[in-house]
Design a protein around this ligand. Sequence first.
Ligand code: SAH
Length: 264
Amino acid sequence: MNNPKVWFVGAGPGDPELITIKAKNLIEKADAILFAGSLVPKALTQWSKPNCLIQDSKGMALDDITDWLIEQADENKIVIRLQTGDPALYGALIEMVQPLDKAGIDVEVIPGISSAMAAAAASIESLTLPEVTQTVILTRVEGRTPMPAGESLKELAAHHSTLCLFLSITLLHKVSQELIEIGYAEDAPVTVVQKASWGEEEKIVKGTLSTIKKQCQAEKIASQAMIIISPTLGARDWDTLKKSKLYDASFSHRFRKGIQQDEG
Ligand code: SAH
C-alpha cells in the first residue's frame, strides 16, 4: 500500500501541449483533479479517465482546497492539484502543502512552464543578452499583497535588468510612473502578453513606458497578463547585437576548440 499522496502539477501557461509528458501521464491515471480554473483551461484535464473526479477550485478558499485534497487522498488514489504555470511561482504551494503535511499525506511537485517563459516565447524575445543584461527578476508590484523590505519595484529596477511582472497588469500606470521616477527613459521598451499560449486569445502589445497603459486599455487587457520590461526587448531588429561567447568561432570550451586559442 502506498501512503496517501497529492501531486502538485504545473499545467503550464495555457496551451495543453505545453504541459510536461510526466504531468500528462499522471493526468491519464488520476482519480481526482482539482484545477485552478481561473487560469488553467479545462482542456488540460482532457486526458483523464472517464470516472476521474474533476473539480474547478475557482470559487474555493484555501481551506476548502486543502480539505478537498485531504478528503480525496487515500492509499490508492492519484490526486492532482493542477496549477497554472509553475507551482513554485505565486501558487500558494506551501500554504497548501502544510495542511497536507499535518494530515500525514505525501506531496510531490511536477514543475511547469511559467507564463514568464511563455510570454517571452510568444513575443520572440530573449530575457538575457550578452553585455545587455544577464539577469531576470521575476516579481510583482505591491497591490493588496505587501512587498517585503528591499523589494519595491524601484529597488529591484535599479539593476536595469529584465523584469517580469506577474499579477501587476492593473497597476501598469504605477509601474511606468515609478520606473520613470528612478531614471528609466520614457521610451524604454515594455511588452505585455495576455494569455500567452492561449491561441486566438493571446494578445501581444509592444510599447514604451509612456505608451503602454493606453495601448493595453485600447486592447482591453486588464488581467492574465505578463509585463516584461527589459533592455533586451526588440533585439531581433538590432544591427548592433553582441554575440554570445558560446557560439563564437574563436572561443574554446569543453566541447569545441576555438579557431584562435582563447582561454576565456
Ligand atoms: N504560477 C504561475 C503564475 C501564477 S500568478 C506561472 O508560473 O506562470 C498569475 C499571474 O501569472 C497572472 O496575473 C499573470 O501575470 C501571469 N500569467 C499566468 N498565465 C499567464 C498567461 N498565459 N499569459 C500571461 N500571463 C500569465
